[in-house]
Design a protein around this ligand. Structure first.
Ligand code: ATP
Length: 622
């Protein structure tokens, strides 16, 4: 698999609890767990760098040469003072122009290379982020419904936004600063060694406390940043949930409670961030202090040696300059380290998400079905909802069901809430696969049917009748973007929504998200019927929720529905008995079993659950 680091089976089993998004909230990790997750994260980065590696190499080279040029400047100063000045005083002009030309050449080369590598880094890092954004989007769209029902859109949003932002900070500026800083420090340190090895020793001594400090920071900030990723995701989840459920929030006056919960989450995030940045706040000044103490030591020791005549003044000036400059990049490196820790925590989460695999997949060698009649068959079909992250699946929701629906039949499914009606629809739409037994369309097991053919032949119109921002026309043509204007209008006419659309401010071109294009629940339902009509599937599944409709529009929807059904096979999760009237057959589902099956008249005559439901409905009408 392209998205996974190559590893053996034993490792796979040992770290099952960290696979994919499982264990995402675990903050403290053992050494081995840490290594496993790190490997996955770095593997992702390596994969993303495909195609830009040459650019990265050239960037590295450009950084190397430009920093060498910059590090050479103190040497040129020393050369100018100790070699150039005496010659100049003897009247030789070469004492001035030789160091002058060398200095200018170094400055120009460095400037040109800095321009080049800044550009190349931006191109390489943006290319990597572009790939990652696309991958995260593609993956989250691909993942089956069980993943989304468990993971929530808030978490996906936090992966796609705040986590990728952390990575952007690192790739955009961080890597550049690190390469620049390291190369600059190495060259400057080398030039110090060349000028005076004793001062070089002081520099090496300074590396000891720096290494200890870095170790301390890494250990602590890793955990701290992991915490910030978790608290940031929780905050975003709460925000997204509140906004998507804003109607319920306002209807039940939950604003205060939701705000208080959000404040708590935002406070935790703030505290986690302060803790992480606080660690950086200790490391950075400590580095500056170590740097300044080293400069003082070089100055003092060098000063005494100048007095003794053991060191030239020019060399001492160059040494102090170089030592000061050698520590300058530490600031940048520390910042890099900080963004590295933050990005690594983000990368852990993103690489986990990319490791997830859809549970509903296409067979290796799928069967094709050009034209479908629409015959459906459930054989010994049992279903449990998968319990993600746990070993056992949930309780049995559908109990070994046998059901045959001939092509063209309209079947209404009724039953108590939680009986398993929607589950039946979800299995037909292949949002899930049965746990055992089979579901077949025209004799082909849905698991063996090519996904494209399944999508073409089986369409589901959901309760929410979701419309995407864009024109009414585009919304109708969702399942068949190549449909002609005439076909779109014909579909709208068929379900009886054409006149209404024509009356909109810009007709079919009206944007459904704008004020003039905002549609009522019934109108949205009709547009979604037109969409399904245009897609022309052999099997239509309707999870209808029309309780919000007033009577006239309910009548309109009813008419639209009848025209939509036509000769298709239809499974209607019926919440209103007026819909059941148009069904050829009614199934009463209870606790995952079909307990009554027959025409509406037969079931009324039989005097069971459906008969009671029907008489209650009759009473409510009279
Ligand atoms: N994603 C899920 N994960 C786990 N259990 C689920 C999930 N969705 C539904 N269930 C459970 O499966 C059972 C059947 O649910 P289903 O949605 O099919 O009922 P329904 O008959 O359509 O109910 P309603 O009329 O209220 O929509 C219920 O007990 C429910 O709690």
């Amino acid at each position: 698999m392209a998205e996974q680091a190559p590893e053996d089976r034993a490792t796979e089993d040992r770290f099952r609890h960290l696979r994919g998004t499982a264990g995402e909230e675990q903050v403290e990790l053992s050494r081995e767990e840490r290594r496993f997750i790190r490997r996955r994260s770095w593997w992702l980065l390596v994969r993303l760098s495909e195609g830009v590696r040459l650019k990265l190499l050239l960037t590295g080279l450009a950084v190397l040469v430009s920093q060498a040029c910059q590090a050479a400047t103190p040497l040129i100063v020393a050369f100018a003072i100790d070699w150039g000045l005496p010659r100049l005083s003897e009247g030789q002009s070469s004492g001035m122009w030789l160091p002058g030309i060398a200095y200018i050449a170094c400055a120009v080369i460095a400037a040109v290379l800095i321009f080049l590598y800044t550009r190349m880094t931006a191109e390489a890092s943006q290319q990597m982020l572009y790939r990652l954004r696309r991958e995260v989007f593609r993956k989250t769209q691909q993942l089956s419904l069980d993943f989304h029902e468990d993971y929530t859109s808030g978490k996906v949003i936090s992966r796609q936004t705040s986590d990728l932002e952390s990575l952007r900070e690192l790739l955009d500026g961080g890597v550049n600063s690190l390469a620049q800083g390291l190369v600059f420090m190495t060259f400057t340190a080398a030039s110090i060694w060349l000028m005076d090895w004793r001062s070089g020793l002081l520099l090496v001594a300074a590396m000891i406390p720096i290494a200890l400090l870095a170790r301390w920071y890494q250990k602590n900030s890793e955990v701290a940043y992991r915490r910030t990723r978790i608290s940031s995701a929780r905050m975003i989840v709460h925000f997204v949930e509140t906004m998507t459920g804003i109607r319920a929030v306002q209807a039940f006056r939950r604003e205060g409670t939701r705000s208080r919960q959000y404040h708590r989450l935002a406070k935790t995030y703030r505290d986690d961030m302060v803790r992480s940045i606080g660690l950086f706040g200790v490391m950075q000044p400590s580095l500056v202090l170590i740097g300044n103490l080293t400069v003082t030591a070089v100055l003092l020791w060098g000063g005494f040696r100048v007095l003794d005549g053991g060191l030239g003044v020019g060399v001492l000036v160059a040494l102090v300059l170089a030592t000061k400059r050698a520590f300058q990049p530490l600031d940048m490196i520390a910042m890099f380290y900080n963004s590295l820790q933050s990005a690594t925590a983000a990368l852990e989460k993103v690489s986990g998400l990319l490791e997830e695999e859809p549970t509903v997949t296409e067979a290796e060698d799928p069967q094709h079905l050009e034209e479908a009649r629409g015959e459906l068959e459930f054989t010994d079909a049992e279903f449990r909802y998968p319990a993600r992250g746990q070993n056992d699946a949930g309780p049995v929701v559908l109990q070994r069901m046998d059901l045959h629906i001939p092509a063209g039949q309209t079947v209404a499914v009724v039953g108590r809430t939680g009986a398993g009606k929607s589950t039946l629809a979800k299995l037909l739409a292949r949002f899930y696969d049965v746990s055992s037994g089979s579901v077949k369309l025209d004799g082909i097991d849905l698991r063996d049917l090519a996904l494209e053919d399944h999508h073409r032949h089986v369409a589901m119109v959901t309760q929410e009748a979701f419309l995407f921002s864009g024109s009414v026309r585009d919304n109708i043509a969702l399942g068949r973007p190549d449909a002609s204007e005439e076909e779109i209008i014909a579909a709208a006419r068929a379900v009886g929504v054409h006149e209404f659309i024509e009356a909109l401010p810009e007709g079919y071109a009206t944007d459904v998200a704008t004020r003039g294009g905002r549609l009522s629940a019934g109108q949205r339902q009709l547009v979604s019927f037109a969409r399904a009509f245009l897609a022309d599937p052999a099997v239509l599944i309707l999870d209808e929720a029309t309780s919000s409709l007033d009577l006239p529009s309910e009548h309109l929807v009813q008419q639209g529905l009848e025209r939509l059904l036509g000769q298709r096979t239809a499974l209607i999760i019926a919440h209103r008995l007026s819909t059941v009237a148009i069904a050829d057959r009614v199934l009463v589902v209870d606790e995952g079993r079909i307990v009554e099956d027959g025409s509406p008249e037969e079931l009324i005559a039989a005097g069971g659950y459906f008969a009671r439901l029907h008489s209650a409905w009759q009473n409510s009408l009279s």
